[in-house]
Design a binder for this molecule. Structure first.
Ligand code: AMP
Ligand code: GLY
Length: 426
């Protein structure tokens, strides 16, 4: 098969790397890709908002399957467009992608289908929003309804933070049209975890659980980022809890989407809070997590491509369950100095090692210039390693991180601290 992956981050390099190892894969192309994907196949320059241009590229390059990485083209309906012109595509329709594209849609959907999540209210006017925030219990979470590049969620620990968040969204319009609707949510306490599933109508295939680190600094301090590191599996998520998440969250979601006339075909991301009363949904996303995808791809022993192709073709039920590496996998994200605020680009990266079976450096914000690899984004690399247990995986990842450098390079030194403290507790 000839596969085209859309996107250019760490998630897309990890997907391309895994697909390139498939016995079914003849070629893997990326658009726009990065310096990592360029080592696996051609990078195409394509406008992902132009469905006709993407479809034409699929004809020109004889593409058998398109895999859409990021949420924006999904929410904008690229999959509907490609499938209408006969290009097999992995990813949900625009209608089903509203689970990520509109938080109020997702909350209404969860209420309708009895999926456990935080209680919420939706506002469209500043007056009622601010009146609510002046009296509601705190902590409270204020969310812009639409896509806001992961920045539209404000967790407010105090009343004054809540009122300030409401003003920023409804009066100062800091998130633009994404905050035309504002969701105010009950604060949930617990450990967060990610469970990804391939969903094809009512068929649900769970992938190994993972945990992301959204805060910029060690100890989960500082601003939220796209993700500073991730690991799999998650000690807190044992088989019993996973079975509950399947039965209480992912299967009802898949069935609910079928009932609502928008069957899901693609990857459904459940961001969960493991609360004392059970798992509850923080958010749904309509694509692989980044960076969760990176450790999952290094940990997946089965071939990914037949799973993706079968999901796109409506035949996932015929596939065997995926098999996973018996140990643990850890991904440490190396970022540009200053990230998530402003940062420099175009800095030469030194010390990039060759990949082995157990350590792979997934590129995110990089580009090739001649023989050099330069930084080209905030999250630059996802250094990913596996080992017999989490401590071994983490040690291998950090050993490789220490060999790589560029001016201002930075990373968290505590990826997986929960996995370490949970194993020390037990
Ligand atoms: P989201 O973009 O919805 O995943 O939110 C970003 C982050 O905000 C999540 O990963 C959580 O850490 C936090 N968050 C969102 N909603 C809640 C909630 N209802 N209670 C506690 N934390 C939340
Ligand atoms: N790692 C969080 C996300 O992909 O949304």
């Amino acid at each position: 098969m000839r596969v085209l992956i859309l996107g250019g981050g760490g998630r897309e390099h990890a997907l391309a790397w895994k697909i390139a190892r498939s016995s079914l894969c003849e070629a893997v192309l990326c658009a726009p890709g990065n310096a990592g994907t360029a080592q696996l196949g051609a990078n195409l320059s394509l406008d992902l908002t132009d469905g006709d241009a993407v479809a034409a590229a699929c004809v020109e390059h004889r593409i058998d399957l398109v895999v859409v990485g990021p949420e924006k083209p999904l929410v904008d309906g690229l999959v509907d467009h490609l499938q209408a012109v006969g290009v097999p595509t992995f990813g949900p329709s625009a209608a089903a992608s509203q689970l990520e594209g509109s938080k109020s849609f997702a909350k209404d959907f969860m209420s309708r289908h009895h999926i456990p999540t935080a209680a919420h209210h939706v506002f469209t006017e500043a007056g009622p929003l601010l009146a609510h925030l002046a009296t509601c219990p705190v902590p409270v979470v204020v969310k812009a309804d639409g896509l806001a590049a992961g920045k539209g969620v404000i967790v407010c620990m105090t009343r004054s933070e809540a009122v300030e968040a409401g003003r920023a969204m409804a009066q100062e319009r800091r998130f633009g049209a994404a905050a035309d609707r504002i969701v105010v949510e009950e604060f949930m306490e617990g450990e967060e975890a990610t469970v990804l599933a391939l969903v094809d109508g009512t068929t649900v295939v769970l992938l190994a659980p993972s945990q992301d680190h959204k805060r910029r600094f060690d100890g989960d301090e500082g601003p939220n980022t796209g993700g500073m590191g991730a690991y799999t599996p998650v000690p807190a998520l044992d088989a019993a809890l996973l079975a509950r998440i399947r039965a209480e969250v992912l299967e009802p979601a898949a069935r609910g989407l079928v009932q609502d006339g928008m069957p899901y075909h693609g990857l459904l991301y459940a961001g969960l809070m493991l609360t004392p009363s059970g798992p509850r949904v923080v958010e749904f996303n309509c694509r692989f997590g980044d960076p969760e995808c990176q450790p999952l791809m290094l940990g997946l022993e089965s071939d990914l491509l037949p799973l993706l192709a079968a999901t796109a073709a409506g035949e996932l039920a015929s596939q065997p369950e995926p098999r996973w590496y018996a140990g643990a996998v850890c991904c440490v994200v190396m970022v540009a100095g200053g990230y998530p605020d402003s940062y420099a680009k175009g800095l030469p990266i030194r010390g990039l090692p060759g990949d082995t079976d157990d350590v792979v450096v997934f590129h995110a914000g990089t580009r090739a210039e001649g023989q050099q690899v330069l930084t080209a984004g905030g999250r630059v690399l996802g250094v990913t390693a596996r080992g017999a247990d989490f401590a071994a995986a983490r040690a291998a990842a950090y050993a490789t991180v220490s060999t790589i450098s560029w001016e201002g390079a930075s990373y968290r030194r505590d990826i997986g601290w929960r996995a370490i403290s949970n194993s020390e507790d037990s």
